[in-house]
Design a protein around this ligand. Structure first.
Ligand code: 5GP
Ligand code: ZN
Length: 115
């Protein structure tokens, strides 16, 4: 299988890693859409939220919990957590990923991002 995020998870493609354990990896988005833009992925290949099975509930909790920990570590007081789902939902990489977006609302980045 030719999946760029599987390759990043395995360390075959370099990324700026923010967090890693046996199940998940968090790394900086290569083309950030926010002052802080981090992707949190399962190491196992799951295509998207639309492909979740009942036994994936634990990994989803891990992704969200890790995103909130990273946000706290970075001192973000507010942030967005986004899953794009399918092409019509803006998903380009077909390996599940949670976008952590934040870092607005300070002097350097006063503008808030709206969706
Ligand atoms: P999607 O649109 O699929 O929800 O988001 C994919 C994200 O992955 C985009 O924000 C894009 O900038 C990021 N991305 C794509 N390729 C790479 C890569 O090779 N390395 C990193 N760090 N981010 C990537
Ligand atoms: Zn993959």
């Amino acid at each position: 299988m030719d999946c760029i995020f599987c390759a990043i998870a395995a360390g075959g493609i370099a990324s700026e890693t923010v967090y890693e354990d046996a199940d998940i990896k968090a790394f900086k988005d290569a083309s950030p859409s926010a002052p802080v833009h981090i992707l949190v992925i399962p190491k196992a290949h799951i295509e998207s939220i639309a492909h979740l099975k009942a036994n994936h509930s634990d990994i989803i909790v891990q992704l969200i919990y890790r995103a909130k920990q990273i946000a706290a570590d970075k001192g973000l007081r507010g942030y967005k957590l986004v899953f794009n789902v399918g092409r019509e939902g803006g998903q380009v990489i077909d390996h599940l990923h949670l976008h952590l977006l934040g870092g607005w609302g300070n002097k350097e980045n006063p503008d808030k991002f709206r969706v």
